[in-house]
Each structure stands twice: as C-alpha cells, then as structure tokens.
Design a protein around this ligand. Structure first.
Ligand SMILES: [Zn+2]
Length: 324
C-alpha cells in the first residue's frame, strides 16, 4: 500500500528483483485534477504490478497521471511504455533524453563495448555483459512521445511548486525537484542515504565525478527539511549526507591515486581490481560481472577526476588506456 510521506505525496515501493538496489521509491503527488508520478521501475512485470497496484489504491486514473523521470536509468524510466495512455504526458531533461535515444541504438552499445575493451575488459566479459546488463534489457520501448524540460521548469500540483534543478553526475542530465516553500527535495539518485549513488564514466561527461561534486554543493545551499530519495530508506538529513558523500569520494580519490602511483601503467580494470569494494566476494575474480562493470565505471570516474586535477596522466598502449 502507498504510504503518505507528506501531504498528498505518496511513496510506492517498487521491487527490483535480483538487483542490489532492492527497490525503487516511486512518488505519486495527488492533485485535484492531474497527478504526477516520479520515476517508474524496470520494464518488467514485477515492477509493473507493484506500481499499478499503488496507483489504483490511490484512486488515480492513468489518463490523469503525468510522469516525471529524474534520469535515464531503466529502473526509473522502464515502465513509461506501459503507463502511457495517449492522454498523459511524460517529462525528462533534454540531456537525458539524448542519452536515452543513444542507449536505444545498437551503435551506442558497440561504442560502449569498444570503450570497455580500452578500459581493460576481456572479449569474453564483454560478450557476457551483452546478455545480462539490466540497463540495456529493461529500457522502455522506442516511438514514445517524451517531452523535455530544462532547469527552472516548474510542476505545479497539489499546492506544491516543484522546480526542476539540474544535478549532473549520476547521469549527464539528472534532475531533482525542489519546493522552497515546503522545504521539499525529490532527490532521485542524486542523494541516497543508505548507499552511495553510482558515479560512472559517461562519454558525454569528461569528468562525471567533478560534475557530481559540484551538483552536491549546489543542493547543499538549498533549504531542505524533507528529502525523498529514490532507493532504500527515502529520508534523512541532507547536509550530513552530502558531507558524507563528499568525504567518501575524497577517500576513493586518495585510494585510486595511491594505487596508480605505486604501480603506473595499469588499465582502469586493473586499478579497480585493487580498490576496496563493499561487496561480499572473496576477491576480484569472484565479483559478479555486473558488479565488475559498476566497479570499473566508478574507478574510471575517479581516475578521470584525478586527470582533470592534473594529478595523473592517461596514455594509450596496444588499444588500452593506461595511467601514470
Ligand atoms: Zn540511477
């Protein structure tokens, strides 16, 4: 059953089976005429059933329910194809719509696979990932009319005025919604309380971690009393959490720098294998492949930030990118 977290704002927990994130927190803001849903779940039956059950329990018809997507990831966007009726509207940032369009093209996946080779993945791992990557397989269908918004766009609903704010980092076009009068922030994956949001390499962002850290500073300045985030425990003290997240990344940057300086000439994959990860596996070889993928992406984002800061250099050798 949906749970009212603030007046007229309901949390619907959508399970993400087999995914370490466990669930997506979808929010439904119930207005007198139109309502707004924020984020949806993967394009799979288990997510669809839980979400629709929640929407039904609130007595909201899909025709009257517009949808805002905080970002492109398929655990947020996956179900829009099943929720679109022809009478409701779907919104996302223009930047992440471009990313979504690229994700849906086979060219993008070829490009990602070529990059993954240069990061140090083996051909076998790349072939295996093609079959199992949830972000690839649970995306919404093409040919859907999705409207784009820019920073400053305001959703007015149920007495709330929710302003869209760009918070690039987790994805290139990630957006949060902020209502100053109510001290409310709908944070998407920008700020999560129980786990640190995944920061990875993006072809669109030369320094995604640098962007993420700037976006954290941007949100720190706001007057937020209630934060609603998209995974796990939805609420907490946002300034404390921002400070923790920044410290976490500083430690990771130090760790990556130390590893690179101790043994120059490694690929991102090799550097990632030497970093510490909070995952229950004996060693790097036993990491499940999807976790390796996240780890290499995350290590890469830290490496890119070290390059931007002038602390290390990148060079290429036999098609592999290496660092010193
Ligand atoms: Zn995400």
């Amino acid at each position: 059953m949906p749970h009212e977290v603030m007046k007229d704002i309901y949390l619907i927990r959508v399970p993400l089976p087999g995914n370490p994130l466990k669930n997506l927190n979808s929010y439904l803001i119930k207005g007198a005429e139109r309502s707004l849903l924020i984020d949806t779940g993967f394009n799979i039956d288990a997510c669809h059933e839980a979400l629709v059950e929640g929407i039904d329990a609130l007595g909201v018809s899909l025709d009257d329910l517009d949808i805002f997507l905080t970002h492109v990831h398929s655990d947020h966007t996956g179900l829009i194809g099943r929720l679109k009726t022809g009478k409701n509207r779907i919104f996302i940032s223009s930047t992440d719509l471009l990313v979504l369009d690229r994700f849906r093209s086979t060219l993008r996946w070829k490009e990602i696979e070529e990059q993954s080779l240069s990061f140090g993945f083996s051909e076998e791992e790349i072939t295996e990932n093609r079959k199992t990557n949830p972000f690839k397989n649970y995306l919404p269908p093409q040919d859907l009319k999705i409207e784009t918004i820019e920073e400053g766009f305001i959703f007015r609903i149920a007495g709330y005025s929710l302003v869209a704010i760009s918070t690039p980092g987790h994805t290139p076009g990630h957006m949060v919604l902020y209502d100053e009068a109510h001290g409310l922030l709908i944070a998407g994956d920008h700020i999560i309380f129980d786990i640190s949001p995944n920061i990875t390499r993006w072809p669109e962002l030369p320094d995604s971690l640098g962007d993420y850290l700037k976006s954290l500073d941007k949100i720190y300045k706001l007057h937020v009393t209630t934060t609603l985030s998209a995974h796990r425990n939805p609420m907490g003290d946002i300034r404390d959490r921002i400070t923790e997240l920044k410290e976490h990344h500083m430690l990771r940057l130090d760790e990556a720098l130390e590893i690179i300086k101790a043994e120059p000439g490694m690929t991102t994959y090799e550097i990632a294998s030497r970093m510490s990860w909070s995952i229950r596996a004996k060693n790097w070889t036993e990491f499940p492949l999807t976790q390796k993928w996240f780890a290499v992406g995350e290590a890469g984002a830290h490496i890119d930030h070290l390059i931007q800061k002038g602390l290390i250099e990148e060079y290429e050798e036999n098609g592999k990118k290496k660092y010193m």
